[in-house]
Design a protein around this ligand. Structure first.
Ligand code: FRU
Length: 469
């Protein structure tokens, strides 16, 4: 596959190296994530003509290792009558759709939402689910002639995530009616004709519209039947204000998802939205989120590119001491990142001086005995800009970016939701990756993740500890 040149040299101070960005345009949700023929494909909501939302199309990037990405040409372009909203891709290995060439490997089939514009001749303003397919491993795409394949004559029916359910031998499509706070399940034998299977809603997630659902099959920690995790993004209503993503652990019988567990934030930070999983992965799911927040997404101080993805994360389930299942996530951290193991003490000390232009990773443990802070002090002689990882006397850990920026940024979204650690364990492990403006934090062996953007615009950083004021 021919790739266009990788993002030109890292000429600007905010551009991350290992977090996927569009080369010089706007990005939102990850779309069509799939591992296929040894390659990781990430498509994404893209405005091919600008640095703010609009002209929605699917951008495309590929990676061999989930760390180094190459941008490819736009895969699914918008038209005057149709915007290409979020969705997913499956490999139709058996050519159940008949869209492939007989005798050849089955096609990749992309499901996306046709957001018909006011110029559409018959269904202006309607959102319905449509198909495009590729017979060359994702390089080129053909829009299906009989689109859309599923409509409810609704203006807010979107974000199809499709997977094959092996027990029932059928394809399942998961979508939302965004304003109704409901997830709609449909089933199909051939990816073309879809019948309603069930509708799910939950009173615990009423903070905003529902978007970008995903249903993950997750191996059980006890070796029994697989569990299922429903992922839903809400805007607003996120754990750190603005938009955010939640998970619900439950069961899926091929038609209906049921749960008795309360929704849990998938990420405690402000900057993880529309997180969905890669198709074509066996075992623990691998997810990618959009590292931004609809509360301020169009104001981030980067140009002409705007927004990135989070680092990928794997998700699995653990049985907690009280017998309930708990989501555990691990960041997929690029091997080539500089790593420092820190000895954090609850006293004042300078631990390291680093070049802030190169991505770095800090690992250690925060003692829970007293309140203190790990400070990343960015600066080149001017005003200090601090990113603060703080633990209070109750063992609550939070990431505070209130004074981490060169210019004022998102003053109403300065802190992650605090993570309540078990103080009795004596320390909370942290694993913190800073890739210029992108910060991903794993806490307590994956019991919590925090994604935050920062815009310090500095070339050096001093890492220090200090007792809490
Ligand atoms: C979520 C979302 C989706 C929609 C897409 C449009 O961020 O609003 O529901 O498909 O973005 O860009």
């Amino acid at each position: 596959m021919n790739t266009t040149s990788p993002p030109a040299a890292l000429t600007d101070v905010h551009r991350p190296r290992f977090h996927l960005t569009a080369e010089d345009t706007w990005m939102n949700d990850p779309n069509g994530l799939i591992r296929h023929n040894g390659m990781w494909h990430a498509f994404f909501q893209n405005n091919p003509h600008g640095s703010t939302w609009g002209n929605m199309s699917w951008g495309h990037a590929v990676s061999e290792d989930l760390a180094n990405w190459s941008n490819l040409p736009v895969a699914l372009p918008f038209s005057e009558t149709e915007l290409i909203f979020s969705g997913s891709i499956v490999h139709d290995a058996e050519n159940t759709s008949g869209l492939g060439t007989p005798g050849a490997d089955g096609p990749l089939v992309a499901f996306y939402t046709s957001a018909f514009t006011q110029s559409h001749p018959t269904t202006p303003g309607i959102q319905a689910q449509s198909i495009a397919f590729s017979q060359d491993g994702g390089a080129t795409w053909t829009f299906y002639a009989d689109n859309p394949v599923l409509t409810r004559d609704s203006e807010n029916f979107r974000d199809p995530k499709v997977f094959f359910h092996r027990e029932s031998g059928r394809w399942i499509m998961v979508t939302v009616e965004a304003l109704d706070h409901s997830v709609h399940f449909h089933a199909s034998d051939d990816l073309l004709a879809w019948e309603p299977a069930s509708v799910f809603t939950h009173p615990g997630l009423d903070g905003g519209i529902w978007e970008c659902p995903d249903l993950l099959r997750v191996p059980s920690p006890d070796g029994g039947e697989d569990s299922w995790v429903l992922v839903i993004s809400t805007n607003p209503g996120g754990p750190a204000g603005g938009s955010g993503t939640y998970s619900l652990i439950g069961h899926f019988d091929g038609r209906r998802f049921t749960t008795e567990a309360p929704p849990q934030p998938l990420d405690l930070g402000p900057d993880c939205y529309a997180a969905v999983s890669f198709s074509g992965v066996q075992g623990d799911p691998v997810l990618l989120g959009w590292m931004n927040n609809w509360a301020y997404a169009e104001q981030t101080p980067t140009a002409p590119w705007r927004s990135s993805m989070t680092l990928p994360r794997t998700l699995h389930l653990e049985r907690a001491a009280d017998g309930t299942l708990q989501v555990i996530q691990h960041l997929v951290i690029p091997e080539e990142i500089r790593t420092l193991d820190l000895e954090v003490q609850a006293s004042s000390a300078v631990l390291a001086e680093l070049d802030a232009e190169e991505p770095f990773r800090l690992r250690g443990e925060l003692p829970t005995a007293s309140a203190h802070r790990l400070v990343l002090r960015f600066g080149d002689g001017g005003r200090d800009r601090d990113l603060v990882l703080a633990i209070d006397s109750e063992g609550h850990v939070s990431l505070d970016r209130s004074s981490a920026h060169e210019e004022p940024f998102a003053p109403e979204h300065t802190h992650s939701q605090p993570y309540a650690s078990a103080r009795a364990e004596g320390a909370v492990a942290f694993d913190l990756v800073v890739d210029r403006s992108c910060v991903d934090l794993e806490l307590d062996g994956g019991r919590a993740l925090i994604s935050q953007q920062i815009f310090p615009g500095a070339r050096t950083v001093t890492v220090l500890t200090e007792p809490a004021a």
